[in-house]
Design a binder for this molecule. Structure first.
Ligand SMILES: CC(=O)[C@@H](O)[C@H](O)COP(=O)(O)O
Ligand SMILES: NCC(=O)COP(=O)(O)O
Length: 238
């Protein structure tokens, strides 16, 4: 079974645009769970342009499914935040400062020792670790030697090429997922997954543990409503 974790960054973006508390992030997270979401994902960035560090603590108190915090462990503030909040899962993403959104996976070969050390820190605190990687066999193989529990396959390239040639778009992901599975890694995926491309992805990656989806899902909710939209995404996965 593949779990759906709803990324609520965009709810925080909307809230912050007026400086008040509408929409209320905690209420939206509770409602996502009530509507069927099997996890809540947030990606606090150093400039707090959407998720604020305080949001993480507020959410930790109410999330009853899986709480997944994504972010850059090169920021000490992020490490402290995750260790204090103790989510079920942390997803380590190699963002650089000022990036509009995540746009690459870890080089798990170059950063091997660094990742080993960081993963140890989070696993030592009882937090499951996933690391964001491109669908490249060598990167997945090296990920397996870092001690990470899971990888998150960065799906932007798949989403981008899906419409023109879905067989070609999925091929590197099938290969990367097979490698990960054989090496005993759990498999998550995310970035630009949507109602058009999700089902085909899940059908072709049978060992897929979890997808985290934000931008498209929240955009769809403007038209279909949040409850319907979450149900529509869940139907793509099962
Ligand atoms: C890690 C990842 O794939 C990102 O998609 C992310 O969590 C979204 O971040 P933004 O909402 O800041 O674009
Ligand atoms: N890890 C990916 C994620 O949480 C959401 O990415 P997107 O759906 O906002 O592109």
């Amino acid at each position: 079974m593949t779990r759906l974790s709803v990324n609520i960054n965009k709810i925080a973006t909307l809230r912050n645009s007026r400086g008040g508390d509408n929409p209320n992030l905690v209420q939206v997270a509770k409602d996502c769970e009530r509507f069927g979401a099997q996890g809540i994902t947030v990606h606090p960035r150093p400039d707090e342009r959407h998720i604020r560090y305080q949001d993480v603590f507020d959410l930790k108190k109410i999330v009853t499914t899986e709480f997944n915090i994504e972010g850059n462990c090169q920021e000490q503030k992020f490490i402290d935040l995750v260790l204090a909040a103790k989510p079920e899962q942390v997803t380590l993403v190699p963002d650089v400062l000022g990036q509009i959104t995540s746009n690459h996976g870890w080089d798990t070969i170059k950063n091997q020792q660094y990742l080993k050390d960081m993963i140890q820190v989070f696993k030592g605190a009882g937090i499951r670790v996933s690391i964001f990687v491109d669908p490249v066999t060598e990167m997945v193989e090296a990920a397996a030697t870092t001690g990470t529990d899971r990888i998150e396959l960065y799906t932007e390239a798949y989403a981008h090429h899906y419409a023109e040639n879905k067989e070609q778009a999925i091929a590197p992901y099938v290969k990367a997922a097979e490698t990960a599975y054989q090496l005993g890694l759990g498999i998550n995926a995310g970035h630009d997954l949507d109602l058009q491309n999700l089902q085909y992805f899940a059908q072709n990656i049978p060992a897929l543990d979890e997808v985290s989806i934000g931008h498209a899902l929240i955009s769809d909710a403007l038209y279909y409503g949040l409850e319907n939209t979450i149900q529509m995404y869940l139907r793509q996965l099962n």
